[in-house]
Design a protein around this ligand. Structure first.
Ligand code: ADP
Ligand code: MG
Length: 205
């Protein structure tokens, strides 16, 4: 692997957002502690109240993303023996569009806290810490597993998005889009953590 690719992994950045339910339930400290405790570095952080236009830019709009949401929803309905027709459509893209609308309502309903997190494999690590999208499937020990109770079927009965405490970028490409969208370069800081020598091996002379 080339030096530059390795440098990119060492300084990989991801975007994490504490959603309205997380902020309103005073879970910000808990989430931040988990990020810091694992050794990753928070290099930008801010509380803000998003507009619908911003959330619309934040989430992908492509057919692939919309259909994936529809598929996940159907799997969740099947699992609990529920009929997805109760949503008014069985079309994956239409379900995706509906969920996208509910996400705009959810993520503009209270302030959120946005941050940029840096460190080796930051994207995968933060995704692992966040846990499965659907709280009922998220492992205990993850943020969603430990702090939320919800499912697609339960949320959709009330025509709302799944409340799952945090958003975390799924891939480095998604992270680049989200970081560039939510932060200007001057809001992201470059500094050494006191434990930055943790990976240095001292050898006896
Ligand atoms: P993740 O947040 O784990 O990356 P997705 O990108 O698939 O998950 O979905 C974005 C968000 O949309 C989820 O975190 C959740 O809040 C909401 N969501 C996803 N699927 C559904 C669904 N079927 N019904 C309601 N809300 C959903
Ligand atoms: Mg996602």
């Amino acid at each position: 692997m080339s030096e530059t690719k390795m440098d990119l992994i060492e300084k990989e950045r991801t975007y994490l957002m504490i959603k309205p339910d997380g902020v309103k339930r005073s879970l910000a400290g808990e989430v931040i502690t988990r990020i810091e405790r694992c050794g990753l570095k928070i290099v930008a952080l801010k509380m803000f109240w998003a507009t619908r236009e911003q959330i619309n830019e934040h989430y992908p709009k492509d057919d692939g993303w919309l259909k994936r949401i529809g598929e996940k929803t159907k799997v969740n309905y099947d699992r609990y023996g529920l009929d997805v027709k109760s949503l008014g459509t069985e079309d994956n893209k239409e379900i995706g569009l509906m969920v996208r609308g509910w996400l705009l309502d959810y993520l503009t309903s209270a302030p959120m806290i946005k941050m940029v997190i840096e460190g080796p494999h930051a994207v995968d690590l933060v995704r692992k810490m966040a846990g499965n999208t659907i709280p009922a499937q998220a492992e205990m020990g993850t943020i969603r597993g430990d702090f939320s109770v919800d499912s697609a079927a339960f949320a959709n009965r009330d025509k709302r998005a799944i409340f799952n405490v945090v958003h975390a970028s799924e891939t480095p490409e998604e992270a680049r889009h989200e970081i560039g969208f939510w932060f200007s370069p001057e809001e992201i800081f470059d500094f050494e953590k006191t434990d930055s020598t943790i990976y240095k091996i001292d050898r006896a002379k």
